[in-house]
Design a protein around this ligand. Structure first.
Ligand code: ZN
Length: 462
């Protein structure tokens, strides 16, 4: 029935297809793959954080409040699945009511202890959380198709600002369709990423008056027209999924989720500025957060991919000035490996990173290894920090060392010391050139495409 060539092709396709169903393989590569991390951007994973006496729902967002506490937004008993929305993006199980549990939890950054909670019986399908410098909470709900601003000094049950029409998806200037994220400027003006269906970014005044919008929808499920072949141009979004504001550059950067890239725009008028992507990140990029460190860093997180080759699910640090990946962060054990990371938060100094996971429902915490002080590149300091955080490791190491001293002969010790001297000599002699070579490999360069430097053809509608 089939020729030999056809059978060969089918066999190849089967092998190819099944490779998409091996998440364990991805995690193995995650643990043993090439380490891209720069000494100055190495992070230690905090296991068993936070310490809560309850189970979380899908954690859709994480942010910092002005005091440095960590705030998470989770979905409690509600799950976004194929029965949640119809083809018109209307939320279906309205009759089941809002989430009865507290959806907003404030957690101590260090101890992981719960400090505060609110947000019960209000939200249906939480998505984005942003906390501005004045401690206003900005939240989005993809089921309600609305965004909310809460001033906790006034109320945790009645928002001081609500935009969008309740349970009504739309694409006019007063409606949203599954809005995902909010970024707030110093003067109180704010941006909304809108969202899963409309593929646009909208800017509003602090009082909620629309100022401008831009972007076209290129998400293949919800767009209404065909795109030309080739790279999708700037200003097209396949789910603008997360926003971050780079205040020192006055840029709004958008995680263009299904196109695996970050697009940055001038915050004043929405015109295109630059775009960032990298083969290591892959075809899906869920979140981006900016900090003004070392000339500007973009912390991004990818996710499960449907394209080949699949990249490990990791957090990456992109330098906006050198156009390279300068760091990577991921859980240290396969049991806690990233699965469906959704949003991240980075402290302004870059010391702490938090990642919200949809499934399994959890929050990951990372701390920069050199955060305890001393020279950033001093390996001794990093080693001490790592060991002091794990008492069990220290005890095991010390006992092994003592046992070795009592059993190894004097002659073997001499040989060992000689080898050590040789190794130290090689490190001292060749350390610097080797390191420069390691971080200048072609694979770590990200493609910065200033596709719109001359024309700046971004669409603006007031
Ligand atoms: Zn999402």
């Amino acid at each position: 029935m089939f020729t030999r060539w056809q059978r060969t092709i089918f066999a190849t396709l089967i092998i190819y297809a099944t490779s998409f169903e091996q998440p364990v393989v991805i995690e193995a590569a995650n643990a043993s793959g090439v380490d891209l991390r720069n000494d100055e951007y190495e992070y230690q994973y905090a296991q068993k954080w936070p310490s809560l006496n309850r189970s979380l729902g899908s954690v859709s967002a994480v942010s910092f409040d002005p005091r440095g506490n960590v705030v998470i937004f989770h979905r409690g008993s509600h799950v976004w699945n194929e029965r949640s929305f119809n083809e018109e993006n209307r939320y279906l199980p309205i009759i089941d009511g809002p989430i009865p549990e507290s959806t907003v939890l404030t957690i101590n950054n260090g101890s992981g202890v719960l400090l505060d909670e609110w947000g019960s019986n209000f939200f249906y399908m939480p998505h984005g959380l942003t906390i501005d410098k004045d401690n206003n909470y900005w939240l989005t709900d993809v089921a309600l198709h609305q965004i909310f601003k809460f001033d906790l000094r006034i109320s945790t049950t009645k928002p001081v600002l609500t935009l969008g029409r309740r349970f009504e998806p739309g694409n006019d200037i007063h409606s949203f369709c599954k809005p995902t994220s909010i970024a707030v400027l110093e003067n109180g003006d704010f941006f909304v990423a809108d969202g899963y269906c409309n593929g646009r970014v909208m800017k509003f005044s602090s009082s909620g008056q629309p100022i401008l919008q831009w972007g076209k929808n290129s998400f293949y499920i919800t767009r209404r027209y065909s795109l030309p072949s080739g790279i999708v141009p700037e200003n097209f979004f396949a789910i603008p999924h997360s926003l971050t504001y780079a205040a020192d550059r006055d840029l709004l950067c958008v995680a263009d989720r299904e196109q695996g890239r970050v697009q940055c725009f001038h915050a004043g008028n929405g015109t295109f500025h630059s775009m960032y992507s990298n083969p290591k990140v892959g075809s899906r990029l869920f979140s981006v957060k900016y900090i003004p460190k070392d000339g500007g860093l973009l912390y991004v997180i990818n996710g499960p991919q449907f394209t080949f080759p699949q990249q490990p699910i990791n957090g990456y640090i992109l330098s906006m000035t050198t156009n390279r990946i300068v760091g990577r962060f991921y859980p240290s054990t396969p049991q806690e490996a990233f699965s469906n990371p959704h949003e991240l938060a980075v402290s302004v100094d870059g010391v702490n990173i938090y990642v919200a996971e949809l499934s399994p429902t959890m929050v990951h915490k990372f701390t920069r290894k050199n955060a305890a002080g001393g020279e950033a590149t001093d390996p001794t300091v990093i080693q001490q920090t790592a060991m002091s955080s794990n008492v069990e490791s220290v005890v095991v190491s010390q006992s092994l060392y003592a046992g070795t001293l009592t059993t190894v002969s004097f002659v073997v010790s001499l040989i060992g010391i000689s080898l050590l001297i040789i190794c130290v000599s090689r490190v001292i002699c060749f350390k610097s050139p080797a390191r420069r070579q390691r971080f200048s490999t072609h694979s770590e360069n990200i493609s910065l495409r200033n596709l719109n430097q001359a024309g700046e053809e971004a669409q603006e509608e007031v």
